[in-house]
Design a protein around this ligand. Structure first.
Ligand code: BYC
Length: 474
């Protein structure tokens, strides 16, 4: 099915057949546009950007490329095709037909999940608002804007669900999604990571590698939901999410490549020599990685969570790729967990599997994060550099869950809070690191050039050359 772009809100949900819903969404639309104008990418409204827009949800339609001004981007509502006869894949109602409406008893819990998901989308656009001013190339500028417009569309996806299935409460929540703002002292975004500033491109690439990957895991588990409209919406969002993680992974790999070139030119791997030559030294890279990884781990919630147990039991939220598991009810199974013991040390305990679902997701996520590390370490190895990047322990620098009460070093050893504070600047970006990284952020908008701290990508977008004018600035 091809989407009709002459409609005010492009969609494949037959909006024209539901006048009340259409009017409610058309009422929200100018507020979104106003939010985009004030909180979205600053100062690039007149630029022509080479963007992909979905014109259908199938392989042929989901990525159509062309020059677009961002305020004219058509944010649409798309659900993946329905699977006839789909049944609930996990929890107490395993095997029963999926729901096409919200069961009354699950209404507030489901709304909370959709609002939490929806809140992250505009938050990330707000976090990245100023990055366009310091882009390392037009290629990167285009990728930033592609991500921004798609996060805007993901907000639309959640707002559609709120309007279509949650009545007045849903409409109020949709308004509130535009009223909370990233980092706002009075009305912050719901989840911690989405209030962290992203003022440099190294943080942007870390965010798109680590935080968008949390998005992948959360969306995959919502794509299993018994509430079919949520499952179909998130399934289509995942198609777009893959590019965001690609930007993170290749961005970080290009930073490392450039650092290695500089080390080789200098015949010196000393961090200050690398910095003086205008590249990111590897210890600084590792500290940024430590920060964004540990912050993203918090996004999975507590290791032991009654919310998670209830979302699984009721069929609201499953595990990513639920079909890969042998057992889908998880009533009697246990999960082994190590937690900090009162009075020091650690203790091993077994918790009901359903209560440990956040940890099940987090463990899969960590394994996925490792893949990038392996690739980057191969780059270092091939260059003959002894330095190796590593993920810190999942106990390190946590502010949510059982480890938030303990101070731990990078290996997960429990230490005193005073020792943590002494180690902080070795483990996490210091004020000096941030100042240095910011000093590298000089805007490059000549299509033939790339900032000195990052290597060019291996290929351009949609088979175009790397030096294509991806953004035409007015
Ligand atoms: N910061 O039982 P708990 C993405 C709250 S990213 C602050 O531990 P639960 C994207 C929690 O809300 C994916 N608060 O955890 C990426 C709860 O508060 P309430 C976003 C936190 O409920 C890049 C309380 O602590 N999607 O798409 O089992 C760019 C106790 O909760 C945090 C989702 O997250 C935190 N880090 O699980 C753009 C999916 N963690 O309700 C987009 C939807 C927990 O008692 N959300 N809390 O007031 C969920 O599935 C769950 O809400 C969570 C938490 C996994 C987040």
């Amino acid at each position: 099915m091809t989407i009709d772009y002459s409609e005010k809100i492009p969609n494949n949900v037959e909006l024209a057949g539901d006048r009340t819903l259409q009017r409610a969404l058309e009422h929200w639309q100018p507020r979104f546009v106003q939010w985009w104008g004030t909180m979205g990418p600053s100062d690039f409204a007149a630029a022509d950007v080479y963007l992909r827009t979905a014109v259908g949800v199938d392989a042929a339609g989901w990525a159509t490329y062309g020059q677009v001004r961002m305020p004219d981007y058509r944010w649409g509502i798309f659900l993946a095709d329905a699977k006839p006869g789909r049944t609930i894949g996990f929890g107490d109602d395993y095997g029963l037909p999926v729901w096409h409406q919200v069961p009354g008893e699950y209404r507030s819990q489901l709304r909370r999940l959709i609002v939490t998901q929806g809140d992250t989308e505009p938050a990330s656009v707000e976090q990245q608002r100023l990055l366009g001013h310091t882009c390392p190339s037009l290629y990167d500028l285009r990728n930033l804007f592609q991500i921004n417009v798609e996060e805007g569309r993901h907000l639309w996806a959640m707002v559609y669900l709120l309007h279509a299935y949650f009545g007045r409460d849903g409409r109020e929540e949709a308004e509130a999604l535009l009223e909370r703002h990233s980092g706002d002292a009075d009305k912050p975004r719901i989840l911690g990571t989405f209030n962290e500033p992203i003022t440099d491109w190294l943080s942007f690439f870390m965010f798109t590698y680590f935080t968008d990957r949390d998005g992948k895991y959360q969306l995959k588990s919502l794509a299993e939901s018994a509430f079919d409209p949520l499952a179909r919406t998130t399934q289509f969002m995942l198609t777009e999410e893959a590019h965001h993680m690609f930007v993170g992974e290749t961005g970080l790999s290009r930073v490392i490549k450039r650092t290695l070139e500089v080390m080789s030119e200098l015949r010196n791997d000393d961090a200050s020599a690398v910095r003086n030559a205008g590249a990111v030294d590897l210890p600084t890279f590792q500290r940024y990685l430590n920060f964004w990884f540990s912050s993203s781990l918090d996004l999975f919630g507590s290791e032991i969570s009654s919310n998670a147990a209830s979302s699984f039991a009721t069929g609201l939220k499953g595990r990513p790729d639920e079909s890969q598991y042998e057992e889908h009810r998880c009533v009697d199974s246990l999960f082994a967990l190590t937690t900090p013991a009162q009075g020091g040390g650690v203790k091993d305990e077994e918790v009901p599997m359903r209560n440990a679902m956040n940890e099940v997701l987090r463990s899969s996520y960590i394994r996925d994060c490792e893949l990038g590390l392996k690739r980057w370490n191969r780059q270092l190895e091939r260059a003959g550099i002894a330095f190796r990047l590593a993920l810190p322990s999942s106990r390190f620098n946590r502010t949510i869950g059982v480890w938030s009460a303990a101070s731990c070093d990078l290996t997960g050893e429990i230490i005193t809070s005073a020792t943590f504070e002494r180690g902080r600047d070795q483990w996490l970006p210091s004020a000096g690191d941030r100042e240095f990284v910011m000093s590298l952020m000089q805007r490059v908008v000549d299509p033939m050039r790339m900032a000195g701290w990052i290597a060019p990508p291996e290929r351009g977008i949609n088979s175009l050359p790397v030096d294509y004018e991806y953004v035409r600035l007015s």
